[in-house]
Design a protein around this ligand. Structure first.
Ligand SMILES: Nc1ncnc2c1ncn2[C@@H]1O[C@H](COP(=O)(O)OP(=O)(O)OP(=O)(O)O)[C@@H](O)[C@H]1O
Length: 303
């Protein structure tokens, strides 16, 4: 069953397409990250899924219904970029207040633990640090025990310990079958946490797959080993699909997208090697490749 369906959706602001004909579905129980450079359309897409803004064209459904409807809103929680907390109330009072809006809210202690707010229950919310305010916003996003949680750059301003706790809580919620959709600029977070990454660029989706798929599809791998016969470097450099080759001491480094073919060549031709290592390119590399036209296009636009 799909938690979200987005079909041929376009959003135009004053004649400019912020999101241009995007389509995807999100399966219930998955953790999906939305990546992309500034202005790629991530927040706009999230706001449309939340029913906070209307799409110009296309169809969006959340749990099979139009976003923004009461029965849909009851099943979703959202933590948006702007951090706002009510003035004058303590963290505990705000949580009590928000819990009172729901028929079946999460138990207060569980909520405090999930958001890491146990030590600041009696503090005035407007006096909290930026990172703690975000944690409070997170608590309020999940207070109603939602089935689908939207998080727009949730860890901005959180320190490393807070981030770790935050993602542990997210993983625990996903284990209970909740669907998590988050945007981030931290590629490592997307790599570590999500089952799937949707990469936005200039209002369109330029890649969609698991972090592993994305890395292996889009980036080269580096094969390295120590050959018995140093003539192997010259032989390999001539092969098709070799993107780079070098020697460091006795060790050779071969950059390629065709690791299997290179290994087959080595073994079929009777070369002996030892200390074989294969290093996968990083998600940062994949991200850079997919959004590489940015500077070029911007320059063209400026002409
Ligand atoms: N209310 C609005 N009115 C006019 N243009 C808008 C509005 N909201 C967004 N845009 C434009 O739509 C495009 C996509 O913006 P959006 O905020 O969705 O990008 P983003 O991927 O979330 O970026 P960031 O990583 O900076 O948060 C940008 O060019 C932005 O200027």
């Amino acid at each position: 069953m799909n938690a979200v369906t987005v079909r041929h959706v376009t959003k135009t602001f004053k004649g400019k397409k912020a999101v241009n004909d995007i389509s995807f579905t999100i399966k219930e129980g998955s953790i999906v990250s939305i990546l992309g450079p500034n202005g790629a359309g991530k927040t706009t897409t999230m706001m449309m899924m939340l029913g906070l803004i209307q799409c110009t064209e296309g169809i969006i459904q959340v749990f099979g219904k139009e976003p923004g409807r009461k029965e849909v809103r009851e099943r979703i929680g959202a933590m948006l970029q702007e951090v706002s907390v009510p003035d004058g109330l303590t963290v505990g009072e705000i949580i009590d207040l928000f819990r009172s809006y729901y028929v079946k809210p999460l138990p207060k202690q569980e909520l405090l633990k999930l958001a890491g707010l146990q030590d600041v229950v009696k503090k005035k919310a407007d006096k909290l640090s930026g990172g703690l305010k975000r944690r409070l916003n997170f608590a309020l996003a999940i207070v109603g025990n939602p089935d689908l949680i939207f998080l727009d750059e949730p860890t901005v301003g959180m320190d490393i310990a807070a981030r770790r706790l935050f993602w542990d809580s997210i993983r625990a919620m996903a284990k209970q079958g909740k669907t998590i959709l988050f945007s981030t600029h931290y590629l490592k977070e997307a790599d570590d946490i999500s089952d799937r990454i949707i990469l936005f660029h200039r209002g369109t989706i330029v890649a969609d797959g698991s972090p592993e798929e994305m890395k292996s599809m889009l980036t080269s791998q580096t094969l390295s080993f120590i050959p018995e016969d140093s003539a192997l470097l010259a032989e390999l450099s001539q092969l098709n699909g070799i993107m780079g080759s070098r020697a460091e001491g006795q060790r050779l480094f071969i950059e390629t997208r065709q690791v299997e073919e290179v290994l087959a060549f080595i073994f079929q031709n009777g070369y002996k090697i030892k200390g074989l290592r294969i290093d996968q390119g990083s998600l940062d590399d994949a991200f850079e490749q997919l959004t590489a036209d940015d500077a070029e296009e911007s320059e063209q636009e400026a002409v």
